[in-house]
Each structure stands twice: as structure tokens, then as C-alpha cells.
Design a binder for this molecule. Structure first.
Ligand SMILES: [Zn+2]
Length: 256
């Protein structure tokens, strides 16, 4: 396969920390395009996507000969990452090179977006959009709907029950209330003196620090199997000594 998917479902908080830890130095989009899947509908996926559904989607896009797919698929339970957010995907003919594609499970031409399972999808989608907007420094008003792409044939996507003014207002509100991961993981490696190799965003949960495995892997020279929000101690502990400073709100990791 020329390309691969991340293939993992994140909670809202996990996704926020994951996005904060991504490096966009290789490819950085300008905005976000919102979609609905239409097929499958919520009725067809009453329990959201399973890992098998996600693999099937991947196979579907590979079978079409596409070089990528939409970045996110949001369902009733959280946020699936498919196309890596650090690479361009395929989801909107005019805008693939310059945007992230966010799919919401549902057919919002007829399924409600403000009640029942649609409201659950809406909640996770708003949270995901807020995390993505903050990462790009994008005003929520810069979010576009697929149907606004002049080249698309999907002239109703993401469905008339999804109102743009309501989405942008909700994202703006979520951006204000989202807890910014203020904790930092500072990684020092051999041979670099007192210059840190990297400073990686981290979150504290139940007294333990968590950070993106990919961000830590790049900084610490440890191979990672895919990208996930993992315990700093479990990931770095065998090769780095770790020290938390409440005064600076930083976790210091020093290579042994
Ligand atoms: Zn669409």
C-alpha cells in the first residue's frame, strides 16, 4: 500500500492532545471541510463504526485508486483518524491540497443533527473542529462545507440539517472552553548539552502524564508503532529519567 490509515478512535480529550502534539512541518492545511457520510447513515450504523468498518472504508478508498481519504470520521462514540492529519487527503475536488476533511456519520438531509444519535456525533464533531481550528489558528468562520466546493457533485453535503452558523458558533464556544494542554514534556538527549531535543505538549490524567507516541518517538529516537496518546512513563521510562516540576508545569525527560 502506498498509504496507510491511522485507524484509531479517540475521545474528545485524547484527540485534542493528539492534535496538539502533531508536527505540520511537512504539510499544513489552510482550513477544514465538513462532510456527512450519507451512506452509511446513522440508521445503518446504530453503534457507530467498528474497527472492521474502518478497515472496509480504507479498502474502499484504496479500491477506488485514491491516494488518500478523508482525515476524520466522527461517530456517536468519538473521533476516528483515517488519513493522517500530517498528509493531504482526498475528500473535496478543489481543496484536497489545502484542507483537512472531516466526515460525520449520518445522512443529515433527513436524520436529525440536534437530537438522538445525531446530537452525539455533533458533540464530538464540534470538539474535533475546535481542536483543529486551534491547531491552525483558524477562525471557526473559516470552516467550509463540502457543498461550497464549486467542483463537487455532492451539492447538499453535509446535509441541510447541519446549519453553518450554528456549527461555527458552537466551535467558537468549544474553543473557549476546551482545556488547553498547558503541561509540557521537555526531552533532553545525549550530546546536545542543555538544549532540549524537543518540547512536546502533554496532558495529566489521574496524576500521570500522557503525550503523542509519534511526537515522543521523533524527539527521543525511539520507534513508535503508530500514533497514540500514551503514558510518558511507559514510553520513555526505560531509557529516560523523568521528573515532574509543579513550579514550571513541565515533565523533564533526560536520556540516561
Ligand atoms: Zn462531502
Amino acid at each position: 500500500m502506498a498509504w496507510d490509515i491511522v485507524g484509531r478512535r479517540f475521545s474528545d480529550d485524547e484527540f485534542d492532545a493528539y492534535v496538539a502534539g502533531l508536527s505540520l512541518s511537512r504539510w499544513r492545511p489552510d482550513f477544514i471541510v465538513l462532510h456527512n457520510t450519507a451512506v452509511p447513515s446513522l440508521e445503518q450504523r446504530p453503534n457507530g463504526f467498528t474497527p472492521q468498518h474502518i478497515q472496509n472504508l480504507y479498502g474502499f478508498y484504496v479500491g477506488k485508486g485514491w491516494s488518500g481519504c478523508p482525515h476524520l470520521f466522527v461517530d456517536q462514540h468519538g473521533i476516528w483518524v483515517l488519513n493522517p492529519l500530517t498528509r493531504r487527503g482526498v475528500h473535496s475536488p478543489s481543496w484536497n491540497a489545502v484542507s483537512w476533511g472531516v466526515e460525520m456519520l449520518g445522512e443529515y438531509g433527513r436524520e436529525p443533527f440536534d437530537a438522538g444519535p445525531g446530537a452525539l456525533v455533533r458533540g464530538h464533531a464540534i470538539s474535533a473542529l475546535a481542536s483543529l481550528c486551534r491547531k491552525l489558528g483558524l477562525d471557526p468562520g473559516g470552516i467550509r462545507f463540502h457543498k461550497e466546493d464549486p467542483k463537487t457533485t455532492h451539492t447538499t453535503c453535509p446535509g441541510r440539517n447541519v446549519r453553518k452558523d450554528q456549527v461555527t458558533d458552537a466551535v467558537a464556544q468549544a474553543m473557549q472552553s476546551q482545556t488547553v494542554p498547558t503541561v509540557k514534556l521537555v526531552i533532553y538527549r545525549h550530546g546536545m548539552g542543555d538544549q532540549p531535543a524537543a518540547i512536546v505538549p502533554a496532558v495529566i490524567r489521574n496524576g500521570a502524564a500522557f503525550a503523542s507516541s509519534l511526537a515522543m518517538a521523533e524527539a527521543a529516537g525511539i520507534p513508535a508503532e503508530g500514533d497514540a496518546l500514551v503514558s510518558v512513563r511507559s514510553f520513555l521510562g526505560s531509557r529516560y529519567s523523568l521528573k515532574w516540576s509543579a513550579a514550571t508545569q513541565k515533565v523533564y525527560a533526560v536520556e540516561r
